[in-house]
Design a protein. Structure first.
Length: 195
């Protein structure tokens, strides 16, 4: 089976992607290749950050590595907040904050705001030593008034995708993957590689 290295330090993402690519590709984690450093994300766009993460790991693997590396950068873009926190979603409540800190801050900032429309956007960078390709996935939905559910990670307990009465944190990984930003972007990667 074809192997792809996934450049993430987020175990939840790793798990989702492993499920999504199950049987099509073998997803290799950073732990498995012996990469133990923080991956930088210094840019102001999802695409540039995704590219930087994937390239950092490709450089680590060196010229002899002939395979593919991919990385995803994801942001929650809230209409009433002019698209914030967007590319800064991981550190919305401050550097080294927890998922819960971010959820609490979002609920507080959205208190009393009627327009709850938001979207998750993922950009995946897929790189090797001769090319880079990008794949975007978007899911639209709304920010709930309080947390619901215990599955998933990040902002999942307060995001409900359009057409569903549950939050992402009330869905199984398989159900989330079918409609999510990451699931959509991964499907485009699969179509590209299997074309
Ligand atoms: P890597 O960069 O190591 O992949 P990360 O957690 O820093 O992991 P991102 O910068 O892409 O990943 O994501 C920013 C934040 O957005 C992340 O910390 C979560 O809080 C949130 N997030 C990303 N994907 C999400 C999802 O599917 N559901 C809920 N929240 C998500």
């Amino acid at each position: 089976m074809r192997r792809i290295v996934f450049a993430t330090n987020n175990d939840h993402k790793l798990y989702e992607i492993k499920k999504a690519l199950n049987e099509k590709f073998e997803v290799v984690s950073l732990k498995e290749i012996g990469f133990n450093s923080e991956i930088p994300e210094d840019y102001e766009t999802l695409q540039e950050n995704a590219h930087q993460k994937a390239e950092t790991v490709l450089d680590f693997l060196g010229e002899k590595f002939k395979g593919l590396v991919f990385a995803d950068d994801t942001g929650l873009e809230v209409d009433a907040l002019d698209g914030r926190p967007g590319v800064y979603s991981a550190r919305y409540a401050g550097i080294n904050c927890s998922f819960q800190d971010n959820v609490d801050k979002m609920l507080e900032e959205m208190t009393g705001i009627e327009n709850r429309n938001a979207q998750f956007r993922t950009v995946i960078a897929l790189v090797n030593h001769s090319s880079s390709n990008y794949f975007e996935g978007i899911v639209k939905g709304e920010i709930l008034n309080s947390s619901q559910g215990n599955e998933g990670f990040g902002y999942d307990p307060i995001f409900s995708p359009n057409g569903f009465n549950e939050s992402f944190a009330e869905m199984s990984i398989e159900a989330k993957n079918l409609i999510s930003h990451r699931g959509m972007a991964v499907q485009k990667v699969v179509d590209f590689l299997i074309r």
